[in-house]
Ligand binder design. Structure first.
Ligand SMILES: *Cc1c(COP(=O)(O)O)cnc(C)c1O
Length: 407
């Protein structure tokens, strides 16, 4: 008897969940952030997705299971998160990885020796390092071009080109690449387009809707949002592409654990609220820096005189909380002093958390890029990058003012 009633409850739960999920695609962003992929626990009704801390699952007979065999391949907490992230990007499929780099590694493993990739010259430092130090020795060729100029991209595409890897806004100089325009080129040449959407987050920008084939996230940043997890994700619409990338995850093993999946599910519930505040604070700080006499250049796509402002307005919902700037006549020493003078901003790598961070790209996030190439891309010694958090704006402005006065 007990067994039967549990069975019925579970069926009912699944039924209600399926109706909800059918409707979920129609819900707006904030509702999906809180609910997508998440059902009340069928055994207890727990509202929060349980942390399925298990490496293996019992089988009814050899090979007969409930869709879960071994946790490298699949874990229910991770599956809930994958559905949630896919929903936020408007994607059919999502796959989570143990880090952003782990997810990027899986995309490059779609390629074979002799294949070529066209990518930006202002990339996340770790991406540049992986492309040149890990995959070039395996015989994959990477072309680093300024993607702001579309003809630079077309010029490097030949019959060996299999992938365009694009990052926008770029890190750390906040250039904006026109995703829709690049996707037209990619489609005409039958080349896959992958977009690193980490800086924008799914709240500000959805590259699949602009024609990309794969979207990558360092979940570590805005999606996680609390600087307590390292994780990556890929989302895509194409079933075959999903199958191939999932095969790579399961074969190579860069899978995240259930506890981290839970933390990110929890973090995502406030993504829309956090992003609104990141954008509000970002605007106030960008405007403050613009009128400050010590500031030389400021990189933020929300200014009308930003070279790609029109594209940013077209493809992003708002302009985000990432801002870089240089100070006038600043030596490396002065810049170091400035970077260490903050009281609310913490001097640290990473970005996208609730707390404000300051970073010196030339010695921190972009140290693995040779200095000549670095400086060509604008990553000079006097450049600082801010990840504007969600604290009270007045405290952040006062902190910036006192730090700029101190040097
Ligand atoms: C941090 C970051 C990555 C790498 O992600 P990890 O989670 O640190 O491995 C990739 N791209 C961008 C834009 C990033 O900021």
């Amino acid at each position: 008897m007990v067994k039967i009633s549990t069975h019925i409850n579970q069926e009912l739960c699944n039924f209600v969940f399926e109706i909800f999920m059918k409707e979920a695609t129609n819900y707006q962003f904030g509702t999906r952030a809180i609910h997508a992929g998440q059902e009340p626990d069928p055994t207890t009704g727990a509202v929060m997705t349980p942390i399925y801390q298990t490496s293996t699952y019992v089988q009814e007979a050899p090979g007969v299971n409930k869709g879960y065999g071994y946790a490298r391949g699949k874990n229910p907490t991770r599956v809930a998160l994958e559905k949630c992230i896919a929903s936020l990007e408007g994607a059919k499929h999502g796959i989570c990885f143990s880090s952003g780099m782990g997810s990027m590694d899986a995309v490059i493993k779609l390629l074979r020796p002799g294949d070529e990739v066209v990518t930006g010259d202002d990339l996340y430092g770790g991406a540049y390092r992986m492309f040149t130090k890990i995959f070039e020795p395996y015989g994959i060729k990477f072309h680093f071009v300024n993607m702001g100029n579309l003809s630079n991209v077309s010029a490097k595409i030949n019959e060996k080109t299999k992938l365009i890897w694009l990052e926008t806004p770029t890190n750390p100089t906040m250039q904006i690449v026109d995703i829709a325009a690049i996707s037209v080129i990619a489609k005409s040449k039958n080349v896959l387009l992958a977009v690193d959407n980490t800086f924008a987050s799914p709240y500000l920008q959805n590259p699949l809707k602009l024609g990309a084939d794969i979207v990558m996230h360092s979940v570590t940043k805005y999606l996680g949002g609390h600087s307590d997890v390292v994780m990556g994700a890929l989302v895509m619409n194409d079933d075959q592409l999903h199958e191939r990338l999932y095969f790579i995850l399961n074969s190579c093993g860069a899978n995240p654990g259930p506890m981290d999946s839970f933390l990110v599910l929890r973090g995502i519930k406030t993504l829309h609220l956090r992003m609104e505040r990141h954008c509000q604070n970002g605007r106030k700080i960008a405007e403050f820096l613009k009128q400050h006499s010590a500031v030389e250049k400021i990189y933020w796509p929300g200014f009308e005189d930003h070279p790609n402002h029109t594209v940013a307005k077209k493809q992003m919902k708002d302009f985000g909380g990432m801002i870089s700037f240089t100070t006038k006549n600043a030596s490396k020493e002065t810049t170091f002093r400035l970077a260490s003078s903050f009281k609310v901003f913490s001097l640290a790598e990473s970005l996208g958390g609730v707390e404000s961070l300051v970073n010196h790209p030339a010695t921190m996030t972009h140290a693995s890029i040779p200095s000549a190439e670095r400086e060509k891309a604008g990553v000079v010694d006097s450049l600082l990058r801010l990840s504007v958090g969600v604290e009270d704006a007045d405290d952040l402005l006062a902190d910036l003012a006192q730090a700029l006065n101190a040097v």
